[in-house]
Design a protein around this ligand. Structure first.
Ligand SMILES: [Cu+2]
Length: 146
């Protein structure tokens, strides 16, 4: 009976050691990813839009640009945060890709045909403010108590 307990303990120890080794490998991987990201150019600019579907369309358009690392549109600030490899693309190409999908950026007007093809809820107000410093509440009508 003691032998059984002992061998279980040994197996458990081996298991722990191998887990530790795996963890070490993982941290090396993470460091490599971080050093890659350092070479990326980050930018933020205004993009008009309404909802989660707009977010998908805008981010998909930006991500379609070769050299784009990440794109995140903030619906409450009406702006996009991007990260890209500036040896492969530039900020103007990203503005163009978003405008082609029908969305206005703070530099380029969205393509009219694409805008008309957007679902009704996504046909945003083309005069709305974008690139806001303070987040505005989206689709929230509970704050009308003044
Ligand atoms: Cu939408």
């Amino acid at each position: 009976m003691k032998k059984v307990i002992l061998s279980v303990a040994i197996i458990a120890t081996i298991g722990l050691v191998s887990c530790k080794n795996e963890a070490k490998k993982d941290s090396t991987k993470t460091e490599q990813t971080v050093s890659k990201e350092v070479a990326m150019t980050n930018a933020t600019f205004g993009v008009r839009g309404n909802c989660g579907m707009c977010k998908n369309t805008i981010e998909k358009a930006a991500n379609g640009v070769d050299g784009l690392a990440s794109a995140e549109w903030d619906g409450s600030k009406k702006q996009i945060k991007i990260s890209f490899d500036n040896s492969k693309t530039n900020i103007t190409a990203i503005h163009k890709a978003i405008a082609n999908s029908g969305y206005d950026t703070d530099k380029l007007a969205g393509n009219d045909e694409s805008y008309k093809g957007l679902p009704g809820c996504c046909q945003y107000d083309r005069a709305m403010e974008m690139g806001l410093k303070e987040a505005v509440k989206v689709d929230d009508h509970s704050g009308h108590n003044h």
